[in-house]
Design a protein around this ligand. Structure first.
Ligand SMILES: [Zn+2]
Ligand SMILES: [Zn+2]
Length: 106
């Protein structure tokens, strides 16, 4: 499933959407305002079965690589904590596949 997802990210429709979002955000990280770092377009919320380019622009945000990784790391930590403390499963779609590093599913 992850491999399909990375294939989708190479789709011209996503590339176009991504560029549009980066232009909107003035090619600047929305969190730390960095302009000279590698920029990623992050999905704030994931919906199962939705193609990356099928989301509203509002759901997409430009982040530099560092902030992007932090965001995903924080999401992953929160999901793990929630599971641990409240014994609640949180949608693991929150943990993004566009991401470089991998989280092991237990
Ligand atoms: Zn940043
Ligand atoms: Zn992301």
């Amino acid at each position: 499933m992850s491999t399909n997802y990375s294939k989708l990210l190479k789709n011209p429709r996503w590339q176009k959407k991504r560029l549009k979002v980066m232009e909107r955000d003035k090619f600047m990280c929305a969190l730390c305002k960095a302009k000279n770092k590698t920029l990623n377009v992050h999905h704030k919320r994931y919906e199962r079965g939705k193609k990356p380019w099928e989301y509203e622009d509002d759901n997409l945000i430009t982040l530099c690589q560092n902030c992007h990784q932090d965001t995903h790391y924080n999401n992953a930590v929160l999901a793990t904590l929630a599971k641990f403390i409240m014994d609640t499963e949180i949608e693991t779609d929150e943990i993004p596949e566009e991401n470089k590093y991998e989280l092991s599913q237990s």
